[in-house]
Design a protein around this ligand. Structure first.
Ligand SMILES: Cc1cc2nc3c(=O)[nH]c(=O)nc-3n(C[C@H](O)[C@H](O)[C@H](O)COP(=O)(O)OP(=O)(O)OC[C@H]3O[C@@H](n4cnc5c(N)ncnc54)[C@H](O)[C@@H]3O)c2cc1C
Length: 484
């Protein structure tokens, strides 16, 4: 289902209501899902989005006929029993997906490995490779699946208590002796943005088991189609949206949100407000810090996740890209991942050929650099130029003649991500997924202001499309419970 772009537009000004039951600030995936559930009840719901298209990081852009995904490369849990699958079924959203199999590749300087889409198959392959760790591998995955299930059960559980203060590295050390297997089982840490010695064991578990049990998928037509499908359903349910429209203030007194003031001065009253945007922006800019000092200082102390740079290449006819596997290209040589950096490469046209003109292809690269390396950059233009040159050089190692096929080059830096989404410093995953910022330690969806809620990757359960779908759905449930 490819939506014509004319469908993606703001509600006409004269159709807007004088006031709303709920306003959602931000049309990221979490905001769209929350908005759709609320609009489905028949209440008056408005979404306000500063960008001209919905989706936040889940958007695409076109250059010379190539349809590039801006950030997201694949989505977990889109099968029948996964969170996205169940959410779409409940909202009657039709969307076709390609399942990814193999799920990924990990390419290290000295060896590489394919990660199959199925957990049992992955277990067998690892057991074959590490016969001395055979039973440890079985025990580890059994424990990991148990932990994953417990994260959905909101009651207290022993397994959550056991791992809630543990880093992923500590967890691996309790199961394995061999450094290489720890390296492999940590190789996808880029999906939560924190190396194993700092990443929360629960955060890694949610991400890995989500992909290995519930599958990794690519939306037919690209990631914008995923956001558009939810957007369209929201509109079908009678929801209103204002695109290219920035929320400047949340109108409130100490205990109550009363609506939203837009850039330009217009005020729109509402009975409740849901914020799908950067939490610092929500509390320090939109609310002018009008909250208890202890609450504000706890937010000041929290740490944003890493950001990324991206390279998008449109490749002309005749290039053979088979030697470039989809997955992580690490510089790490041991399981500590100390000072290690990586590239994540994907060739979306090998999954969905219609993203490019006929017989042409797309290479898309996410580049991770440690946060500290971005700190002192002042000349982003020259940073972008070297990013492009360095990344193409690294691809040439696998495809020596790639340069002669390149028709389109685009790049994005953390500054670009920040400009399009207003996430502080282009944070890819909201707050960092460390032990002190995940699970119960991540901000709850309810705030000290009774009718102001949070949704998205700055709140629970965490980052990634599947998690923010769950966040949007969860906050809508909280609100609908109240309405009932
Ligand atoms: C490079 C990159 C690659 C990624 N790859 C993947 C992947 O492959 N799979 C995956 O699952 N996850 C991936 N992620 C993470 C995932 O994209 C995010 O966790 C998720 O999209 C966050 O969704 P969200 O709804 O919380 O908010 P966002 O996507 O951040 O959306 C927030 C929205 O609010 C709007 N907004 C902000 N301020 C205002 C304001 N004042 N007024 C009005 N509107 C406002 C923004 O314009 C934006 O549209 C990736 C992230 C990055 C950066």
């Amino acid at each position: 289902m490819i939506l014509p772009s004319r469908c993606i537009q703001s509600t006409k000004k004269d159709a807007l209501y004088p006031s709303y039951d709920a306003i959602v600030i931000g049309a990221g995936v979490a905001g769209l899902v929350c908005g759709a559930f609320l609009a489905k009840t028949g209440k008056k719901v408005l979404i306000i989005e500063q960008h001209s298209i919905p989706g936040g990081y889940c958007t695409s852009f076109k250059r010379k006929g190539f349809n590039f995904d801006a950030a997201v490369h694949h989505i977990g849990g889109c099968g029948k029993w996964g969170i996205v699958g169940r959410c779409f079924k409940t909202l009657a959203i039709e969307m076709a997906f390609y399942p990814l199999d193999p799920m990924d590749h990990l390419i290290f300087p000295n060896f590489s490995i394919e990660i199959p889409a199925d957990l049992d198959e992955y277990t067998i392959r690892l057991q074959d490779r590490f016969p001395l760790e055979k039973s440890n591998i079985k025990n580890f995955f059994q424990e990991f699946v148990k932990l994953y299930r417990a994260t959905f059960n909101h009651e207290k559980s022993q397994i959550i208590d056991k791992y809630k203060n543990m880093t992923y590295r500590d967890m691996l050390d309790t199961f394995f002796f061999n450094d290489e297997i720890k390296m492999i089982l940590s190789g996808q840490w880029g999906y939560i943005g924190l190396p194993p010695a700092q990443a929360s064991a629960i955060g890694m578990c949610q991400m890995m088991i989500n992909y290995l049990k519930d599958g990794a998928f690519f939306p037919v037509g690209g990631t914008q189609e995923f956001a558009n499908a939810i957007f369209k359903k929201f509109i079908d349910f009678g929801g209103h949206i204002m695109l290219s429209c920035k929320a400047e203030k949340i109108l409130s007194d100490a205990k109550n949100a009363r609506g939203v003031k837009l850039q330009g001065g217009r005020e729109i009253p509402a009975k409740l407000v849901v914020s799908n945007i950067d939490v610092r922006q929500t509390f320090f800019e939109l609310l002018d810090g009008k909250l208890e000092t202890s609450f504000l200082s706890s937010i000041e102390e929290m740490r944003e996740s890493c950001s990324f740079s991206l390279l998008y290449l449109g490749i002309g006819k005749g290039a053979d890209l088979r030697k470039l596997k989809r997955g992580f290209y690490h510089t790490a040589t041991d399981a500590s991942y100390r000072d290690a950096e990586w590239l994540y490469v994907s060739i979306p046209t090998s999954i969905c050929p219609t993203l490019a003109p006929q017989d042409k292809q797309i290479i898309s690269v996410v580049v991770y650099l440690m946060k500290e390396k971005y700190k002192d950059i002042t000349n982003w233009k020259s940073f972008k130029e070297s990013l492009i040159a360095d990344t193409i050089n690294r691809i040439e190692k696998y495809l020596p003649d790639i340069k002669k096929y390149i028709e389109v080059i685009e790049a994005a830096t953390p500054k670009t991500l920040e400009r399009y989404t207003l996430n502080t410093d282009g944070a890819a995953y909201g707050w960092e997924v460390s032990v002190d910022q995940i699970g119960d330690n991540r901000l709850p969806q309810q705030t000290p202001i009774e009718n102001l809620y949070l949704t998205g990757h700055w709140t629970r359960p965490g980052p990634g499309i599947c998690a923010v779908v769950s966040s949007g759905w969860g906050v809508a449930n909280l609100i609908m419970e109240k309405w009932r």
